[in-house]
Design a binder for this molecule. Structure first.
Ligand SMILES: Cc1ncc(COP(=O)(O)O)c(C=O)c1O
Length: 449
C-alpha cells in the first residue's frame, strides 16, 4: 500500500501561496502530489508530516556524515551558540578549524570559510582568475558546482547525438547571463587527450580546471588516478589552476578527501557538506601563493561567514572524523549495502555495477560502470527511475534521479538500517520487474542510444 502523503499535499497547497513551488530549493519540489515535507529526522531516518518513516540515503545531498541530530554535534553547536553568533569580527576558533583542515588535507595550506558550497567554488574561481589573469574555466561534463552563474552551464548529454560532434552547452537556468557562456568550456572525464586539445586551443584564456574526481552529482563516476595526474601536468603546462571540488567528497571518502584516495594535491580545493554534519559552513583552501591573493587584490567576505554555531559544529565534526574510525565504519556500511544489493540483482540476472566510493555509491543498471557522463546514457536509467518510487513507498528514500549517489552515514547500522533496506530493495526490484511486464524490458529500452 502506498504511504499516505495527505498532510504533505495539504501543506504543499498552503506553501505554494507564499513560496515558489512551495519549497526553498527547486530540487525539493517533487511534483504537486509527491512533494514531501519533513517533520523531523534522527540518525539515518526521516519522518514526514504524515508520520511516514524513511531510511534516508540522500542525507541532505551529502552533509549528513554522522547522522541527523547527532548529539555530539548538537551539543557543540549549542556551545557555539553561547559564543554569540556573528560579530563582523573573527574568533580564535577559526584558526583551530583551519588548522584541523590543513592537517587532514595537505593541499589546504591556507583556508578561508564561507557558508555554502556555491560560495566556496565562487571564491576558488575568483582566486584562479586573479592568480592567472585568465577569465575562462573548464567544467567536466556532468559536474555540478552550485548555483553561481559562471558554473550554471551544462553539457546536454541526454539530447546529444554523438554523430553531430560534442554535446551542446546550455544554461541550467534562465537569467544566467548569456555572455558568460563563452567563459565555460567542457570536457569529458577521463579523457586527457580531449583536455589537452582544449587547452592547446583555448589555454591562453583558461584560468581554472574545475573537477570532482568522484562526481557527486553524476552517479559518482570516478576519475582514474592516471587521468588526474595527467590533468594536473596539463594544467601546470598551460598555467591553469586545478580546482578540486570536494564539496561532496571532502571529509567523507577519506580523512583527506578524494585527494588522499587518489594520492595527489590540488592547487585549490573546496569543502562543505560533511564538514559540519549539516550545519552551514564551507571552505576554500589551497596553495599558499594562490590563497595569499586574498588580501592582495582578491576580495573574500560575507556577513555570516563563520557563524559561531556552524563553526563549533564543524570543529566537533572534523574532530570526530579525524580521530575516530567513523569514516571506516561508513565505508564498511556502504560496502555491505553494495554487496547485499549486488546479491539481489545477480540472483535475478540483472546487469548492474557500482561506482564511486562506498560512502557515496552510484548504482548502474549495466555491466560496466561508466567512466564519464557520455557513458551514463548506456546504462538503463529508466529502470532506476521506475525502482526509486517503489523504494520510497517501502520506506527507503534514495534520490529519484539515478545521477545522485546513495549517501551513507555513521548511523546506517546493519540491524537498524541496512538489513531493512535490503529487504525493501528486494521487494522493490521484484515489483519493478513485474510492473515492467517482461523481466528485461527495462534493460532493452536504451539499447539503441
Ligand atoms: C560538488 C559540488 N559543488 C558545489 C555544490 C554547491 O553547494 P551548495 O549547495 O552548498 O551551494 C554542490 C552541491 O551539491 C556540489 O555537489
Amino acid at each position: 500500500m502506498r504511504p499516505s502523503l495527505q498532510k504533505s499535499r495539504r501543506h504543499f497547497r498552503k506553501a505554494l501561496s507564499r513560496l515558489p513551488l512551495g519549497v526553498s530549493s527547486n530540487f525539493r519540489y517533487w511534483g504537486e502530489e509527491g512533494t514531501i515535507y519533513i517533520d523531523h529526522a534522527k540518525g539515518a531516518r526521516l519522518w514526514d508530516l504524515d508520520d511516514n518513516e524513511y531510511i534516508d540515503y540522500r542525507m541532505g545531498y551529502g552533509p549528513g556524515i554522522l547522522g541527523y541530530a547527532d548529539p555530539r554535534i548538537d551539543a557543540a553547536a549549542i556551545d557555539g551558540m553561547k559564543t554569540g553568533g556573528v560579530f563582523a569580527l573573527s574568533t580564535e576558533r577559526e584558526y583551530e578549524v583551519a588548522a584541523r583542515i590543513s592537517k587532514m588535507v595537505p593541499a589546504a595550506e591556507l583556508v578561508r570559510f564561507s557558508n555554502s558550497g556555491t560560495e566556496a567554488v565562487m571564491a576558488a574561481l575568483r582566486l584562479a582568475r586573479a592568480f592567472t589573469g585568465k577569465d575562462s574555466h573548464i567544467i567536466v561534463e556532468g559536474g555540478y558546482h552550485g548555483v553561481y552563474d559562471s558554473v550554471l552551464w551544462y553539457a546536454d548529454i541526454e539530447d546529444w547525438n554523438p554523430l553531430a560532434g560534442d554535446p551542446d552547452v546550455k544554461p541550467e537556468s534562465e537569467g544566467v547571463p548569456r555572455v558568460l557562456k563563452k567563459l565555460a568550456h567542457f570536457t569529458p572525464l577521463n579523457d586527457a587527450n580531449y583536455l589537452e586539445s582544449l587547452l592547446r586551443k583555448h589555454g591562453s584564456h583558461i584560468g581554472a580546471f574545475l573537477v570532482e574526481p568522484i562526481m557527486g552529482n553524476c552517479c559518482s563516476i570516478t576519475a582514474s588516478k592516471e587521468y588526474l595526474h595527467d590533468a594536473k601536468a596539463l594544467c601546470r603546462k598551460h598555467d591553469v589552476i586545478m580546482i578540486v571540488d570536494e564539496v561532496k567528497t571532502g571529509f567523507r571518502v577519506a580523512r583527506g578527501g578524494v585527494q588522499e584516495l587518489m594520492g595527489f594535491k590540488a592547487d585549490l580545493c573546496t569543502f562543505a557538506k560533511a564538514m559540519g554534519n549539516g550545519y552551514p559552513i564551507s571552505a576554500v583552501a589551497g596553495r599558499e601563493d594562490i590563497m595569499r591573493k586574498i588580501g592582495d587584490g582578491v576580495v573574500h567576505a560575507g556577513t555570516y561567514t563563520c557563524h559561531s554555531v556552524a563553526l563549533a559544529a564543524a570543529e566537533k565534526t572534523l574532530e570526530i572524523l579525524d580521530e575516530t574510525p567513523a569514516l571506516q565504519t561508513i565505508a564498511d556500511y556502504g560496502t555491505d549495502l553494495r554487496e547485499g544489493m549486488g546479491r539481489i540483482l545477480s540472483a535475478r540476472g540483472i546487469p548492474h555495477s557500482f561506482v564511486g566510493h562506498p560512502s557515496m555509491s552510484g548504482l548502474f543498471f549495466s555491466d560496466t560502470a561508466p567512466t564519464n557522463y557520455r557513458d551514463w546514457r548506456d546504462s538503463d536509467y529508466s529502470f532506476y527511475d521506475s525502482l526509486a518510487p517503489e523504494l520510497h513507498d517501502l520506506g527507503v528514500l534514495c534520490e529519484p534521479d539515478s545521477r545522485e549517489p546513495w549517501f551513507i552515514c555513521e548511523s546506517h547500522t546493519q540491524d537498524d538500517c541496512l538489513n531493512p533496506t535490503l529487504d525493501a530493495f528486494e521487494k522493490a526490484i521484484d515489483i519493478t520487474l513485474n510492473r515492467l511486464d517482461s523481466p528485461r524490458k527495462g534493460f532493452l529500452q536504451h539499447e539503441n542510444i
